[in-house]
Write a protein that binds this ligand. Structure first.
Ligand SMILES: [Zn+2]
Length: 207
C-alpha cells in the first residue's frame, strides 16, 4: 500500500484495485475501506503507541537478562562449563570462522539491540509529542528489520545442538535461554501492535 500525506489528508492507494483515496486521519479503532472494491485500506490499532512501547521496554529487559546471565551449563566428566549468548560468537572468531561469527553476532545481539533501541528512540518522544532527530530514517530501519525471524532460527540451532549433546553431557538451561525465547515472543508481539501508518502520521503532524 502506497501512501503520502497531502494538505493534512492521507492519500492511500487500495492494495487490491489501486483506486486512490483521500481520507481524514483515523481515530483509534476506526477502519477505512475502499469505496470501489471494499478492501480494507487502513485499520488504526487501538492504543498502538502505549502497547508497543510497553512490549519494547519488556524486550529491552529480556535482552539484558539474555546477555548477562548464563545461557547453558554443560557438565562432562565432572568438568563444568558455563556458556553465555556471546560465547558462540567468541568461539567462531577464535577459530577464524569470522563470517559465521558475524552472522551469529548480527542475528542474536546486534539486530535485536538495533530494533529495540530504534523503536524506543522513535516511539517514546512521539508519544510525548516531540519529534526525535532523524526520526524518519531510524523508523524506516526499525520497520524493515524483522529480527525475530532470524532469532528463532538461531534458537532452533541451539536446540538442535543441545539434543545432539544431551547424550554426551549433562546440560542445564540458564536464565538467558528462557529470556531469549521470551524476547522472540515480545518482539513479535511489538511488531503486531505497531501501527506504522499512525507513526508516520504523527511524525508529519509534529514540527
Ligand atoms: Zn479497492
Amino acid at each position: 500500500m502506497e501512501m503520502s500525506i497531502a494538505a493534512g489528508r492521507l492519500v492511500i492507494a487500495c492494495h487490491e484495485c489501486d483506486l486512490l483515496h483521500r481520507i481524514h486521519p483515523l481515530r483509534d479503532g476506526e477502519r477505512a475501506t475502499c469505496s470501489r472494491c471494499g478492501a480494507g485500506l487502513w485499520a488504526k490499532k487501538r492504543d498502538s503507541f502505549e502497547h508497543t512501547i510497553l512490549l519494547t521496554v519488556t524486550s529491552l529487559i529480556l535482552f539484558v537478562l539474555a546477555n548477562v546471565f548464563p545461557f547453558m551449563t554443560f557438565e562432562l566428566h565432572g568438568r563444568v562449563q558455563t556458556s553465555h549468548l556471546s560465547t558462540g560468537v567468541v568461539e567462531f572468531f577464535d577459530r577464524g570462522m569470522w563470517e559465521l561469527g558475524l552472522l551469529v553476532l548480527a542475528a542474536s545481539i546486534l539486530f535485536p539491540a538495533l530494533k529495540i533501541l530504534g523503536m524506543l528512540y522513535v516511539l517514546v518522544p512521539l508519544e510525548m509529542n516531540r519529534r526525535p532527530w532523524k526520526a524518519a530514517p531510524v523508523f524506516r530501519m526499525v520497520a524493515q528489520c524483522q529480527t525475530w525471524a532470524m532469532m528463532d532460527v538461531y534458537l532452533l540451532g541451539v536446540i538442535v545442538a543441545v539434543i545432539k549433546l544431551a547424550d554426551l553431557a549433562t546440560l542445564v538451561p540458564g536464565v538467558a535461554i528462557y529470556s531469549f525465547g521470551a524476547l522472540i515472543l515480545t518482539l513479535a508481539a511489538a511488531d503486531s501492535t505497531l501501527d506504522p501508518h499512525a507513526v508516520w502520521e504523527k511524525m508529519e503532524d509534529l514540527p
